[in-house]
Design a protein around this ligand. Sequence first.
Ligand SMILES: *[C@@H]1O[C@H](CO)[C@@H](O)[C@H](O)[C@H]1NC(C)=O
Length: 392
Amino acid sequence: MAAAKLITISCVVSVFLIFFITLSNAASYNVITFGAKPDGRTDSTQSFLRAWAVACRSSQASTIVVPKGRYLIKNAVFRGPCKSRITVQISGTIVAPNDYRALGKSDRWILFIKVDRLSIIGGTLDGKGAGFWACRKSGRNCPVGTRSITINSANNVIVSGLTSINSQLSHLVISSCNNVIVRNVKFIAPAESPNTDGIHVESSTGVTITGGTIQTGDDCISVGRGTRNLHMSNIKCGPGHGVSIGSLGKDLNEDGVENVTLTNSVFTGSDNGVRIKSWARPSRSFVRNVFFQNIIMRNVKNPILIDQNYCPNNQGCPNKNSGVKISQVTYRNIQGTSATPKAVAFDCSSSNPCRGIKLQDIKLTYMNKAATSTCKNIGGTISGVIMPRSCL
Ligand SMILES: *[C@@H]1O[C@H](CO)[C@@H](O)[C@H](O)[C@H]1NC(C)=O
């Protein structure tokens, strides 16, 4: 009896202890306390930056809380290094100014830079991009435009449950980072909005993108130079231009792309499914060890595509072939429908043919009929069922 009582007491004591230890190890900063106004009209940029400055100096892990409501934010740079882990917990919506010109000449709206251990949880970003897209369509003189959120030179970052709508350009850019997880994001912009990529990754190692709905006017995910160990899974893409490695090889000296996987994903009504694209220019760049597996295509114009002949306006492509070396690319279990007769197109470089391309269990049809495939300058192997008939 006494022993049982003692255990109960010590349990209660330890629960309290854990509670206090948790409190004392985590500081919480509410942006409202720093003067932010959730009315969508008052500029809250400086309040957010002050909350960041305090959190960044904190030697304990800290949380910046953004409660429900709409917060008007202009260009904001959240700079590290910071002393400890920072979590930005967003329940509200962060809105860009109504007039796109108010974001000025910077190509970033919200930037996190040189931070280690950052989590961005929840929240909605409204980039208010429509005015900027209209400006570009009209051919008027427009600013360069901003990406909605950029994470640059950062390590150990989590972005989870973020929604972003109507970005001027890309919704999320990950550049020069290590170890980033992007989980369950929802990025939406109209199909006809120019250059509104969902996620762009470059010069980064160890990026995981899992669970996401991306409907945009450009690539759902674009994989740029210097991307290593990128794993994408459970992505719902479309409308948009699909998942694209490239364009690569615009420059002679350019970091290559290595170890990229895309699994368990669905493309719906997109221009491309899985695409690798390079400029028809001299380059030392490469793409190797790529794995596309368990993918469903629904009414996709170019479900499987390698295009090494990218050269807009036919300018700056002296020999009209690409120096980018593409090798070890596997396509496994890719099924569904093509919106055009040509479901598979491999247009590789004549000076640097694609090597080690593997096709396994491909079943793509066009209007319930057999689709076609084309091959140029490519070597590889097939196994299992291949529809359309392989041209390898
Ligand atoms: C790419 O993957 C291979 C095989 O898993 C591994 O040996 C190599 O180190 C990886 N490359 C990089 C840059 O991490």
